[in-house]
Design a protein around this ligand. Structure first.
Ligand code: SF4
Ligand code: MG
Length: 322
């Protein structure tokens, strides 16, 4: 399909200050990330905290400049868009609906603000658009006159979704959209996101540490580890036949009551490496039960296989030699 959003070899380095003596170090938060989002699909980006997925989201929203590489929206470089133009193409929905809604504004004004900013329609048109949007996200009209503090967490997230969609963006970046909500409310919000995607032909990039959320909503999954993508495949392939040892470990840590116990994979509750001092070769090698001595020397590249793209020497380089 047509590519709505494209990332080409994105790198993001931060200069960080170390301790009281003011030493400096480079933190590579995103490393060689290339991705394509096709119109109408949901790409899930999954990984532990510190893997670079939030940095990636900020780059996509134009909030951070990559150190290297390109972001294309409808084939046009992101830096060519003004913040205002960009906000009609890409809209975020953040994790925390408590902090992302202005507590002093009524719900009506919160949702109509983007329409005013873009000078879309007359006052009467805007009123209708806002009230329609409130209905689309499953809330009663009376909520328009309320303040965020009078709403439940789920209602606030519905308002955040309404505000994001009111300008009809093409892409919505969903950054942990349900992690702050009760489990019962999570499912309702995910269903709402599915319905709205269908209705408006939206493209979603969803960032989450929660594999069940990813499995429910995503068509394809990109797995990140220490700033790099280690596996990209369809949701079925990732969940039924994960190729990368890290993806296998992530799945085990969720699917077993006691992570790591009696399993051939690592316990991911411990041992996330220091991003300031990443391991040599394959960054996953200190935690990987399949690691060979070569893994500490060679950095595997993301390579296409019949089961998706994977960055593991066992699945690519060593395979080819046998
Ligand atoms: Fe494990 Fe080696 Fe594959 Fe890295 S390259 S995931 S260390 S087997
Ligand atoms: Mg995050």
């Amino acid at each position: 399909g047509m590519s709505v959003l494209e990332l080409q070899d994105i790198q993001k380095c931060y200069d960080v200050r170390l301790g009281m003596f003011g030493g400096r170090a480079k933190l590579q938060a995103v490393r060689d990330v290339s991705l394509n989002l096709c119109k109408g699909e949901t790409l899930g980006v999954v990984g532990e905290s510190g893997c670079g997925k939030s940095t990636l989201a900020k780059i996509l929203m134009g909030l951070l400049k990559p150190s290297q590489g390109k972001v294309l929206i409808d084939g046009q470089p992101l830096e060519g868009f003004s913040p205002k133009d960009l906000s009609r193409k890409v809209q975020p929905v953040f994790q925390n609906p408590y902090s992302s809604l202005n507590p002093r504004k009524k719900i009506f004004d919160i949702i109509s603000m983007p329409l005013e900013l873009h000078e879309l329609g007359t006052k009467a048109d805007r009123r209708k658009t806002v009230m329609d949007m409130i209905e689309k996200v499953g809330l009663p009209p009376s909520i328009a006159e309320r303040f965020p503090s009078q709403l439940s967490g789920g209602q606030r997230q519905r308002i955040a979704i309404a505000r994001a969609l009111v300008v009809r963006p093409e892409v919505v970046i969903l950054d942990e959209p349900t992690s702050a909500l009760d489990v019962s409310v999570q499912a309702q919000i995910l269903n709402l996101l599915k319905d709205l995607q269908q209705e408006y032909g939206l493209t979603y990039l969803m960032i989450s540490h929660d594999l069940s959320v990813i499995e429910y909503l995503a068509d394809r999954v990109a797995v990140m580890y220490l700033g790099a993508i280690v596996e990209v495949a369809s949701v079925d392939k990732v969940f039924k036949a994960p190729q990368h040892p890290y993806t296998q470990a992530l799945l085990d840590s969720v699917l077993t009551p006691e992570p790591g116990l009696g399993l051939p994979h690592v316990n991911l509750t411990a041992g996330f490496p220091n991003p300031l001092n990443p391991p040599s070769g394959c960054a996953f090698h200190p935690r990987c039960v399949s690691a060979l001595p070569e893994c500490a020397q060679h950095r595997p590249q993301l390579t296409s296989t019949s089961l998706g793209d994977v960055a593991c020497l066992l699945k690519t380089d060593f395979q080819q030699k046998i």
